[in-house]
Design a protein around this ligand. Structure first.
Ligand SMILES: Nc1nc2c(ncn2[C@@H]2O[C@H](COP(=O)(O)OP(=O)(O)O)[C@@H](O)[C@H]2O)c(=O)[nH]1
Ligand SMILES: [Mg+2]
Length: 456
């Protein structure tokens, strides 16, 4: 990637739409726009929109009429000259326009390259760049809200006081190394040590938010399992509040594993309905059962459904045994029926295991089920209002920083040399710097930006 290139990409999603945007960034942006507009004297006022005809640079044929906006360096997203063409949202047309700009000398942008340039030009830091990706990929409003906070710089702002405190610890250690022949006085060691443990505690507190943050971002896979006709598809539909799965009286009608995303208190839960687990002679149904086994292996949480209005069958018992080692919830369906009882189930499942009584028909108990799903993954039961760590890379670096400080503190207590103690402090400082990008190695940057979409 050469920063001297002028890069181009379609920035709106693939497919048809009212508007499609082509973005151009780099030194030659204005020059290339002049050629595309066939207007040598095109001198747009920055940040003002104007309507122009875009033409094929070779044939002069009209391609589209588009709104053109010029963002002058350094006051643009990338920090370079940027031109955005808001065209009609036809994939064919947008490709033609990109193609015209490529022929004029632009280069096709790599994934995330616009954002990478913004980073290189100091328009944002690495954790903010990652927040842009997370915001684009957010699947619930709560996840988007977290990403927006991090984009606003809240994570960097939270880390800054930790870095400042570290530097304040480094200074006296460095100077004692430099000027004092005697060891640090006990009182000073106690003071530094206390501040180190305070820092470790603050870092660990922030790291602990990752459990909830990860759920918000990555979500949870919950899979409904059970023998045919217990009401899995009905529960699936009731939770979706829409008739997505096929519900019938015939056992084995659900032949495929169906998945839909639902939103539980901001956590995206991928809910999967499966065909019944049972031996079947029907070939198509057998294929569904194969997928079911895979869905079970893939799930973070199994919702084991039984029909609470009937005695447990051998199949039910077998399944209950089978899932014992996996994370699961017992769901007794059809609690609207007169014959419903939890007693039989209580005798079969392990002591004290939670059983949730529901009725897919009346909706009774579904709220308990939602809450139990959240509880089972230790998610906060209501959307939290504080900053959460949502990125595994950030979590890992924070843990490493905290470990390095804990080791440094131990060394300090053992009266090890200041040099040794300082190693841990500098390591911690570097790890924190990697979160926001000041000290992130090039290959890590490349890896991070490869996960972005093109045109961002
Ligand atoms: N009374 C009652 N019937 C239900 C309930 N849930 C499902 N059913 C019925 O049980 C049958 C099987 O349901 P279905 O969702 O297809 O079961 P699956 O094979 O486990 O997916 C259908 O006739 C449903 O109408 C419920 O909560 N109460
Ligand atoms: Mg079904």
């Amino acid at each position: 990637m050469q920063a001297s290139d002028t890069i181009v990409a379609v920035s709106t999603p693939p497919g048809r739409g009212g508007i499609g945007i082509v973005r151009l960034s780099g030194r030659q942006a204005l020059d290339l726009a002049r050629k595309l507009l066939c207007k040598e004297d095109f001198a747009p006022e920055p940040n003002r929109v104007s309507l122009h005809v875009l033409r094929d640079p070779e044939t002069g044929e009209e391609l589209d009429r588009a709104l053109v906006t010029y963002f002058q360096a350094p006051r643009s997203f990338t920090g370079e000259d940027v031109i955005e063409f808001s065209c009609h949202g036809s994939p064919v047309l947008l490709l033609q326009i990109v193609d015209a700009l490529l022929r004029l000398g632009a280069r096709a942008a790599e994934p995330g390259e616009f954002t990478l340039r913004a980073l290189a030009n100091g328009k944002l830091n690495l954790s903010q760049a990652e927040a842009i990706r997370d915001l684009i990929e957010a699947r619930t409003a709560a996840a988007a809200r977290q990403a927006a906070r991090q984009l606003g710089g809240e994570l960097s702002a939270t880390l800054q006081p930790l870095k400042d405190a570290l530097l304040e610890l480094i200074v006296p250690l460095e100077s004692s190394l430099e000027f004092v022949e005697d060891d640090l006085p006990d009182l000073e060691i106690e003071r530094l040590s206390a501040r180190l443990s305070d820092l470790v505690r603050r870092m660990d507190e922030l790291a602990a938010t990752f459990r909830a943050g990860r759920l918000l971002k990555d979500g949870l896979k919950a899979t409904l399992v059970g023998r045919p006709n217990v009401g899995k598809s009905s529960i699936f539909n009731a939770l979706l509040k829409q008739d997505r799965a096929i519900v019938t009286d015939l056992p084995g009608t659900t032949r495929d594993a169906l998945s839909e995303m639902i939103n539980l208190e901001g956590i995206p839960v991928l809910l999967t309905d499966t065909a019944g687990v049972r031996d079947s002679a029907d070939a198509i149904e057998r294929m569904g059962i194969e997928r079911t086994r895979r869905a079970i292996a893939d799930a973070d949480l199994l919702l084991v459904v039984v029909d609470g209005s009937e005695p447990l069958t051998a199949e039910d018992r077998e399944l209950i045994l089978e899932v014992a080692q996996s994370r699961h919830l017992m769901v007794a369906n059809k609690c609207d029926l007169a014959g419903f009882s939890l007693g039989r189930l209580r005798e079969t499942v392990a002591n004290g295991a939670e059983i949730i009584a529901v009725s897919a028909r009346t909706g009774q108990g579904l709220e308990d089920l939602r809450r139990a799903v959240l509880r089972s993954c230790s998610a906060p039961e209501s959307a939290t209002d504080s900053l959460l760590l949502t990125n595994a890379r950030h979590y890992d670096l924070l843990r490493r920083a905290s470990d390095a400080l804990a080791t440094a503190q131990r060394l300090l207590q053992e009266r090890a040399s200041e040099e040794l103690v300082l190693v841990g402090l500098y390591d911690a400082l570097r790890y924190l710097g990697e979160i926001t990008g000041e000290t992130t190695p090039e290959e890590i940057l490349t890896q991070i930006f490869s996960t972005f979409c093109i045109g961002k």
